[in-house]
Design a protein around this ligand. Structure first.
Ligand code: GTP
Ligand code: MG
Length: 478
């Protein structure tokens, strides 16, 4: 997408930007299809397209849409939003015709003929951002609401869109600016009336309050990021352990082929499910073993790649066999990673608990953790056959990634978490400069950087390439 350079004189005068148009509804058949236009020529294009001389803002007008030679392309409604009271802040026209691809494409071609240009990905949202109709968090929330994979993620995105998350960030920014003013004053007027502002404790307590607030927002944002992105869970283990059966159990349908032949799964297989509100991107993999079979070897290679990319790895083993065999699930994990992965990334799944008798069952049940190399690995006992233990597994997974969304959660992205973490680091630096070194200038500098990092979230300070990346990932027509 070609974005206008926000620093150029053109962007401050959007009348020089081309009028853009795009189909805003999904491609394909539908009762209604919407084409959206934004820019100074949108209104005149609508007049030329329909032969009407006037449209009243925010009123629907029923019209025919004409080709240059006067033939009718389609008929439908024209909606006019006069800038700056529109989504983009520019004049916006919406053409609501019928939802067939041929009709929509003909109408769009005619709109181009009349002077509009194809909108790039996210260009409508970018213009809204550029004209201060939305901040960056809100623009991202539109994309997140559309792409949401769960109801909770969608409603969180809508809350962020309405500005709730931005409000939290802006309150923090205000707090920070206030703090900076205090510090700057303390530097400029040292020992005024015999009071050393840097040491009188006021700045320190204000700084600590801000640090506490950042941690609260960070915790909310972490939940929002999990809601938005979910987690990548890879199912690995020896052939026949029941990995594909587990995938099917979690998916609630027969997605993967299950047989008693060891080596059934050859390729990796993905399925996305939402369980307890958390989106799990599951990957079933080929059973890990030495093999001469070319196809199986490629499958195992793919399994290894998937395993290293997992947020959480489920090492599935067959309780009736594997512990008696040479290799435990932990030894297998160690082989895969050359060393054991962090305990928080690994969960041991003891499968086929329905096949063991009561005595052995006790042994397995008490085995809630596996110990190796001084680390303790959590284990969940399940039966993919009966479904026993599956709820436990889901709860353990949520707990492992710290997922417990509050009632009114807000959607957030990794980008926001990174910026908040950096802000927290600069504040910690400022705290150290203040309390240990009593270095006023350095406190001021760390606070300035903290404010800068925080401002990146709402787009107050954002580099052009970051904006291009964010808006470029939106779909056309947004
Ligand atoms: N009794 C019992 N059988 C199970 C259970 N889970 C899986 N099985 C059986 O174990 C066999 C292997 O299951 P799969 O899910 O194909 O195992 P896998 O780990 O995907 O195997 P590969 O794809 O060959 O690596 C099948 O016959 C399943 O029906 C369970 O909890 N209890
Ligand atoms: Mg399988």
């Amino acid at each position: 997408m070609v974005l206008a350079d926000p620093t150029s004189s053109e962007s401050s005068n959007f009348s020089s930007l081309p009028t853009i148009a795009a189909i805003a509804t999904p491609l394909g058949r539908g009762g209604v299809g919407v084409i959206r236009l934004s820019g100074t020529r949108a209104y005149s294009i609508a007049c030329m397209l329909t032969g009407k001389l006037e449209f009243k803002p925010r009123m629907a007008s029923f019209c025919r849409f004409y080709q240059a030679d006067g033939t009718v392309i389609d008929e439908g409604l024209v909606l006019y939003f006069k800038g700056p009271h529109s989504f983009t802040g520019e004049d916006v026209i919406e053409l609501q015709g019928h939802g067939g691809m041929i009709l929509q494409n003909q109408l769009l071609a005619r709109v181009f003929e009349l002077g509009a240009k194809q909108a790039g990905a996210g260009e409508f949202s970018y213009r809204a951002f550029d004209n201060d109709k939305l901040d960056l968090v809100q623009a991202e929330a539109i994309a997140d609401a559309i792409d949401a994979t769960s109801a909770a993620a969608a409603s969180s995105a809508i809350r962020s869109l309405s500005g709730e998350f931005s409000k939290k960030i802006n309150q923090l920014l205000e707090q920070l600016i206030h703090l900076r003013l205090h510090v700057e004053a303390a530097i400029d007027f040292p020992d005024e009336e015999d009071v050393d502002f840097l040491s009188d404790g006021v700045i320190q307590s204000k700084l600590e309050q801000t640090q506490e607030k950042i941690q609260q927002v960070l915790a909310t944002a972490k939940q929002g990021q999990l809601l938005r992105d979910g987690i990548h869970v890879v199912l690995a283990g020896r052939p026949n352990a029941g990995k594909s059966s587990l995938l099917n159990r979690l998916a609630g349908q027969e997605r993967a082929i299950v047989t008693d032949v060891a080596g059934t799964t050859r390729d990796t297989l993905q399925e996305t499910v939402v369980l307890n509100g958390l989106t799990l991107h599951l990957t079933d993999t080929a059973g890990l073993r030495e093999t001469q079979d070319t196809v199986e070897r490629i499958g195992i290679e793919r399994a290894r790649t998937a395993i290293t990319q997992a947020d959480i790895l489920l090492m599935v083993y067959d309780v009736t066999r594997d512990l008696e065999e040479q290799i435990t699930p932990l030894q297998l994990a160690e082989q895969l990673f050359d060393e054991l992965p962090e305990a928080k990334r690994l969960l041991i799944i003891a499968n086929k608990s329905d096949l063991i008798n009561a005595d052995d069952s006790q042994k397995v049940t008490s085995n809630a953790h596996l110990e190796m190399s001084n680390q303790s690995y959590e284990q969940v006992n399940v039966s993919c056959e009966t479904g026993a233990g599956i709820d436990d597994l889901i709860e353990t997974l949520c707990a492992k990634v710290g997922f417990h969304p509050p009632e009114n959660s807000l959607i957030a992205r990794t980008r926001h978490l990174d910026a908040l973490r950096r802000t927290a680091e600069y504040l910690a630096e400022a705290h150290e400069q203040l309390t240990v070194f009593k270095a006023g200038e350095l406190v001021a500098e760390s606070l300035r950087q903290a404010q800068h990092s925080l401002g990146e979230i709402t787009g107050e300070f954002s580099a052009d390439d970051l904006l291009g990346k964010i808006f470029g990932s939106f779909c056309i027509g947004k």
